[in-house]
Design a protein around this ligand. Structure first.
Ligand SMILES: Cc1cc2nc3c(=O)[nH]c(=O)nc-3n(C[C@H](O)[C@H](O)[C@H](O)COP(=O)(O)O)c2cc1C
Length: 213
């Protein structure tokens, strides 16, 4: 059964563009038939706590002698890992917050990026290798190549590094820029571009959901 893991992390349920695009993806996925199942995790409404024990970063066999993270932390980490490993496709809503990813999404990453388990360390462990991950990133402004703000995006690169390079997933990125053009006067003249990018993003999400994995 093709199974999707759908993550959202926007703190703005009413106006969120990333939620609109990930929902377009999940709706198209479900529309393929009853066997196209979805697990949903809202990292804003139901936040994953920060790790409290450095040993949680490592697969159990790689930990120092005597190290054992708290039982509740280990149990949650295992649940998140099981949820990820069960997925054939991952879709992630990743808004830009302060040029970076939401701390709620980072806390999820900290739980699932585990050398020796989901990522290679001394053995080539990469159980998610080759599976698609679709990142939906939304930003209030724009970070176009050749502009003074090019290179300020620290939302997508770490996710590409973790999900793509480290976990070996096939990462696709869907971008929506200038989402604050309806609110910030200095961006008001870019509202048309913002609307066009949102429409394109929703269409791209639907197309991917109909063709993946
Ligand atoms: C806490 C916070 C920090 C933000 N930081 C940035 C930023 O650094 N750069 C930017 O372009 N937009 C920033 N924004 C605007 C959001 O990226 C934008 O509203 C985006 O559409 C949020 O995703 P969403 O539509 O899915 O909620 C920030 C918004 C919030 C709430």
């Amino acid at each position: 059964m093709p199974h999707l893991l759908h993550l959202d992390s926007s703190i703005d349920p009413a106006r969120s563009r990333s939620r609109a695009v990930t929902t377009a993806f999940a709706t198209a996925w479900r529309g393929r038939g009853d066997d196209f199942t979805v697990a949903y995790r809202d990292l804003h409404a139901d936040p994953v706590p920060h790790l409290t024990d450095a040993a949680s970063h490592w697969a159990p066999r790689l930990r120092r002698a005597g190290e054992a993270p708290p039982a509740a932390e280990a149990a949650l980490q295992q649940r998140l890992l099981d949820e990820l490993l069960a997925a054939d496709v991952l879709v992630v809503g990743a808004p830009m917050y302060n040029y970076s990813l939401p701390s709620t999404l980072k806390a999820w990453v900290d739980h699932i990026h585990v050398p020796g388990s989901t990522a290679p360390f001394d053995t080539p462990d990469q159980p998610m290798a080759g599976k698609p991950a679709v990142l939906v990133t939304t930003r209030g402004a724009a970070y176009d190549p050749g502009t003074p703000t090019a290179g300020w995006d620290h939302t997508v690169p770490p996710l590409q590094l973790i999900l793509g390079d480290s976990l070996g997933m096939r990462v696709a990125v869907i971008e929506v820029n200038l989402t604050l053009s309806d609110f910030v006067p200095a961006l008001a003249d870019q509202a048309e571009r913002a609307a066009a990018e949102l429409a394109t993003a929703e269409a791209t999400a639907r197309d991917l959901a109909l063709s993946l994995p």
